[in-house]
Ligand binder design. Structure first.
Ligand SMILES: O=C(O)c1cc(=O)[nH]c(=O)n1[C@@H]1O[C@H](COP(=O)(O)O)[C@@H](O)[C@H]1O
Length: 271
């Protein structure tokens, strides 16, 4: 999907919500465990109930890899279901990959070609030649970690390198990489006070912002400095939406939580 198509969907739906499909068999309603593929059954119900409220879904691959071959098949069924039934939806494989160049190319093929995701998350630690193989794919986005939502973000990301904080160095340097127009960045919602500085470096880039909901990040705070001319934000909530209920009404309750965020977004966009 192109960036323009993503922006058009955001404007049409008045939403920049991304729903995280981080499915844990210990947390889903027990009646689903009788299904042949409980993870897919859960995802399908959540997607059918919420697709009109969000613009993106982000399965974190860890939640699928943890269940081995079966988990990977659930991931495959989920992305195929999305691409067949809701092709306008933007899809993010949250896999946080990145390796020497030829290995990165294989990671990129796995997520962009085999699974046909629109984007994949990558870590910047191994540098330019570990990220450029992802950027080579046309109409696909590579979402690089910049300033993460967790406490450990302060271990390295905010430490000074070359006279500025490492996350700033990551943002600035990556702008010079080949096909950098295909880059987006991860910035945690729990780091709202950093968005002003971040927008000085990447005024127009899309930012994937996890950490609203279960991690305590606040939508309004992020938007104060995070919004760009073309919205430029994808706000993710996973647990706060998909585990709104453990009963048979789980999908309806998830839709209510998603609608709350979407309405807040609509108000912000129409201000
Ligand atoms: O790349 C991510 O999506 C990510 C980066 C980050 O800094 N913090 C973060 O929480 N995430 C992911 O975003 C999701 C957050 O989930 P909830 O806290 O349940 O909303 C999980 O899949 C995390 O792995």
């Amino acid at each position: 999907m192109t960036t323009q198509e993503l922006i058009a969907q955001i404007k049409k739906k008045n939403s920049f919500l991304c729903i995280g499909l981080d499915v844990d068999l210990n947390k889903i309603p027990s009646h689903l465990l009788k299904e042949e593929d409980p993870i897919f059954a859960f995802n399908k119900a959540i997607i059918d109930a919420t697709h009109h409220l969000c613009v993106a879904y982000k399965p974190n691959t860890a939640f699928y890899e943890a269940y081995g071959l079966k988990g990977w098949q659930s991931l495959e069924k989920t992305i195929q279901y999305l691409n067949s039934n809701y092709p306008e939806i933007y899809t993010i494989a949250d896999a946080k990959r990145g390796d020497i160049g030829n290995t990165s190319t294989m990671y990129a093929k796995a997520f962009f070609e085999d699974l046909a995701f629109d984007s994949v998350t990558v870590a910047p630690y191994m540098g330019k030649d570990s990220v450029e193989p992802f950027l080579a794919f046309k109409n696909k986005h590579t979402i690089m970690l910049a300033l993460t939502s967790n406490e450990g973000a302060f271990d390295f990301q905010t430490k000074e390198v070359n006279g500025r904080e490492l996350y700033k160095e990551v943002l600035e340097t990556s702008k010079g990489w080949k096909n950098s127009e295909n880059l987006m960045y991860v910035v945690g919602a729990t780091k709202a006070e950093y968005f002003k500085e971040i927008r000085k470096i990447v005024p127009n880039s899309f930012l994937l912002v996890p950490g609203v909901g279960a991690q305590g990040g606040n939508l309004q705070d992020v938007c104060t400095y995070g919004l760009s001319e073309n919205v430029g934000l994808l706000i993710n909530s996973s647990r706060g939406i998909i585990y709104a209920s453990k009963n048979e009404d789980f999908a309806t309750k998830a839709a209510i939580k998603a609608a709350e965020l979407q309405q807040e977004m609509a108000e912000i966009l129409n201000q």
